[in-house]
Design a protein around this ligand. Structure first.
Ligand SMILES: Cc1cc2nc3c(=O)[nH]c(=O)nc-3n(C[C@H](O)[C@H](O)[C@H](O)COP(=O)(O)O)c2cc1C
Length: 151
């Protein structure tokens, strides 16, 4: 089965305190686990979400378009990248959840090419770069791009 990845960001409409986020996490783990979906969800205290979903294309697209986007607890869902990938970045993790600082999300999004957000059309390399940055962030806690990548 080819893996399909979708990465989006959104803004919370209601406060997500730790218990609310844990409940969302439990629900996501149960659903994602039974649908072969893995990924990561980052949340900041100012209500920003950044999530990577991966699995079979139909399952990932259904979850995003028919469930997540329709969830009234957040708005401004904006896909940063989507497409097939060589291998899953979060195999074995139905959904990793992390509370992060706003500057860590900013640093991760520095991996998205500058023209991406203006054009709203993700370039082919955005997905792999951002997925690798997210995986590296979860593994090491470092969100900032390397100096060489900033150049
Ligand atoms: C930021 C965010 C991320 C979410 N991620 C997932 C997810 O990965 N998997 C999932 O099943 N639901 C996720 N949800 C919840 C769904 O949007 C929705 O509430 C849920 O699927 C509805 O389930 P129900 O119809 O059984 O109540 C997420 C919600 C938000 C706000």
């Amino acid at each position: 089965m080819r893996t399909y990845q979708l990465i989006y960001q959104s803004q919370a409409m209601v406060p997500f305190n730790a218990p609310a986020l844990r409940a969302l996490h439990r629900q996501a783990q149960a659903y994602n686990g039974t649908h072969g979906i893995t990924g990561v969800l980052l949340h900041t205290a100012d209500g920003r979400f950044l999530q990577l979903l991966e699995g079979a294309e139909a399952a990932v697209r259904h979850l995003y378009h028919n469930r997540i986007v329709r969830d009234p607890r957040h708005r401004d869902c904006h896909i940063l990248a989507e497409g097939p990938c060589l291998e899953p970045s979060f195999a074995g993790w139905a959904m990793v959840l992390r509370f992060v600082r706003p500057n860590e999300v900013r640093d991760l999004l520095a991996h998205v090419p500058a023209d991406n957000q203006a054009l709203r059309v993700p370039r082919a390399r955005t997905g792999p770069e951002l997925a690798a940055a997210l995986r590296g962030f979860i593994a090491t806690g470092q969100a900032a791009p390397q100096a060489a990548q900033r150049a």
